[in-house]
Design a protein around this ligand. Sequence first.
Ligand code: FES
Length: 77
Amino acid sequence: MNKKIYAPIKITLEKDKRYAWCTCSHSEKQPFCDGTHRAHEKPGSLGFVAETNNEVWLCTCKHTGNPPYCDGTHKTL
Ligand code: FES
C-alpha cells in the first residue's frame, strides 16, 4: 500500500478576496473547497479574507496547527 504524500500548495492571494479552504480533504480543487464535504457529511470550509497581496503556502494535509497555512506538520505524518 502506498503512503499518501502531502505537500503544501503555493498560492498567490489577492488582497480583500475571500477564500474557502478545504477542511475535509475530499475537495478536487485543493487547497480550496469544492463542496464535496456535503457528500461525505464532513464539516464545511474555513473562510478567510486575504489582508494583502501575498504568496503563501496553504496546507493540504489538514493537520496544520495554523489553518489554512502550512506549518510543517505534514513532514511528521
Ligand atoms: S501541508 Fe504542511 S502542515 Fe499540512
